[in-house]
Structure formats: C-alpha cells, structure tokens
Design a binder for this molecule. Structure first.
Ligand code: UDP
Ligand code: MG
Length: 167
C-alpha cells in the first residue's frame, strides 16, 4: 500500500463546539502521522477554490458562507495534513458519510454533525475524497515548507516579495 497524504479540516462548527480535541483523538485511532497543521482564515477565494467542483449546486453559496465561518462567528478552520499508508480511505472512514443523518454514529460526522433548518450539512470535518482531490487540496491549503514530508515534487524559485514579519 502506498504512502499517501490527505487534507483534513476542522470546520467552523467543530471549532465553535470545542470539538477539536475529540476530533483529533478519533483521527489518531488510524495511527497516522500529522505532517502539517495550522489555523487558516478562510477567504472567499480559498473557499470557492476548495469547493470549485460544487459550483452550481443549490447549496453552494451557503456552503461558502459556512466554510468561511459566517454562521459560527469565527473566520477560521483548522487545517491538517495526515501522512501514512492508505491515509485517504482511513480518514474518510473515520469522518463518515457526507450527510450527518446518514453517517454511522461512531463516525465523527455521525456523532457531532447536524443538518440546519435551512438544509446545510454542518458535518464538522472535511476529508479529501480521493488521491487527485487530496493532492489538489494539500497544494491549495499548504505551502511545501509547511508540511514536514513532501510527497509531491517541489522547486525553488527566487522571488522579490513583500512579507509580514515581526517588528
Ligand atoms: N453539502 C451540503 N449539502 C449537500 C451536499 C454537501 O451542505 O447536499 C456540504 C457538506 O458540508 C459537505 C460539502 O458540502 O461536506 C462538500 O460536499 P461533498 O459532496 O464533497 O461531501 P464530502 O466530500 O465533504 O463528504
Ligand atoms: Mg468532497
């Protein structure tokens, strides 16, 4: 079985409900390594790029508002890269089905998710669905030097950029 990496997000409802510890405990049962983690302020551009495959769905606008934190008064998510054998499938299994009412109760989404009265699935976590999606999403959310093992090719470029530093 090949070594893979996958992107997991603790969505704004998971953060608001103080579920981060519980979620990380559940995910740790897979005995995989965390190769990267950070808190991310989600811009509209990042949200729309992350969910670009769902553009046109009736719930798209609400989904963008949800992942940006508009419904939970916090514009942030916790992003993690998990690394190890068969990571993508293992993490998806622990997270559970997309619809939290259909997700098995021992999964994260089954235990903690809900459907709001306006119909949006607040399912607490994101986990990449397949290898192609995992690669695209890790590259979208993380720079190479924010991940301790790089399984995708990298290159060095010279840049003259403005950067925020401690003053
Ligand atoms: N979603 C929703 N209603 C739907 C389908 C999806 O609110 O009928 C939301 C839900 O938050 C889900 C996200 O859109 O996690 C992405 O949908 P996808 O089908 O990719 O499910 P996932 O890969 O997250 O299981
Ligand atoms: Mg998906």
């Amino acid at each position: 079985m090949a070594i893979e990496q996958t992107l997991v997000l603790v969505k704004p409802d998971g953060l608001k409900k103080s579920l981060t510890g519980n979620i990380l405990s559940r995910l740790s049962e897979a005995r995989l390594e965390i190769a990267g983690t950070k808190m991310v302020r989600v811009s509209r551009q990042l949200a729309e790029e992350h969910y670009e495959a769902l553009k046109g769905k009736p719930f798209f606008e609400e989904l963008i508002s949800y992942i940006m934190g508009d419904f939970h008064q916090r514009r942030k998510v916790m992003a993690l890269v998990y690394h190890g054998e068969d990571t993508i499938t293992k993490m998806r299994r622990i997270c559970g089905a997309t619809n939290p009412e259909e997700a098995e109760s021992q999964t994260i989404r089954g235990a903690y998710g809900r459907i709001t009265t306006s119909g949006i699935y607040e399912n607490v976590v994101h986990s990449s669905a397949n290898a192609e999606e995992a690669e695209r999403e890790i590259k979208l959310w993380f720079a190479p030097d924010e991940v301790v093992y790089q399984i995708f090719p990298v290159k060095v470029v010279e840049m003259n950029i403005k950067k925020l530093v401690w003053s």
